[in-house]
Design a protein. Structure first.
Length: 175
């Protein structure tokens, strides 16, 4: 039991950051982490002893988040009462605040599979191997999703409206 606490406790801040980025709502993210930790503790005996506890915990939180995102897409968006007054608020005028907002919007516009890889590698500092374990995908897929995700973020931050699909033709018909 003591080993479990020593492995889990230092990971909680990173799990909360990842959950907040996925859920885009502080209280939903905290609930997600709580449920993920509860599931990890309840199923600690199922964890591979030689496995990476960090990857295992991120995988649990990731899978729970996917389930909740799917569930909420069926139900529709919920706006908690405490956030209702923020709907009509004015965005900050400071450059940093605007860049931060733009980056968050660019992250939100990424497909979920790219967003997850970008967050796990760039924010949570997981290795490509760890990300592959968490998401249960090949390492090559991790690298290609990361590359495409970073490129879309770069284009969004530079003001490119939408990234052209790979292989899109820039040819036009000449009469």
């Amino acid at each position: 039991m003591n080993d479990m606490a020593q492995l889990i406790e230092p990971l909680i801040p990173a799990l909360r950051r990842y959950a907040r980025a996925l859920m885009r709502d502080r209280s939903a993210a905290d609930d997600l982490v709580q449920d993920g930790l509860e599931r990890a503790i309840g199923r600690w005996h199922q964890r591979r002893a030689d496995g990476n506890a960090r990857s295992w915990l991120f995988a649990i939180v990731h899978n729970l988040a996917l389930n909740r995102i799917r569930q909420s897409s069926r139900r529709g968006r919920h706006l908690p009462p405490e956030d209702a007054d923020a709907v009509g608020s004015v965005p900050p005028a400071q450059e940093h605040g605007l860049q931060h907002r733009d980056l968050l919007r660019a992250l939100e516009s990424l497909p979920e599979e790219q967003r997850s890889v970008v967050l796990l590698v760039s924010v949570e500092d997981l290795s490509y191997v760890e990300v592959a374990e968490v998401l249960k995908i090949p390492i090559g897929t991790v690298m290609s999703r990361l590359s495409r995700g970073r490129e879309r973020l770069r284009q969004a931050m530079e003001g490119v409206a939408k990234a052209e699909p790979v292989g899109a033709s820039h040819l036009r018909r000449v009469k």
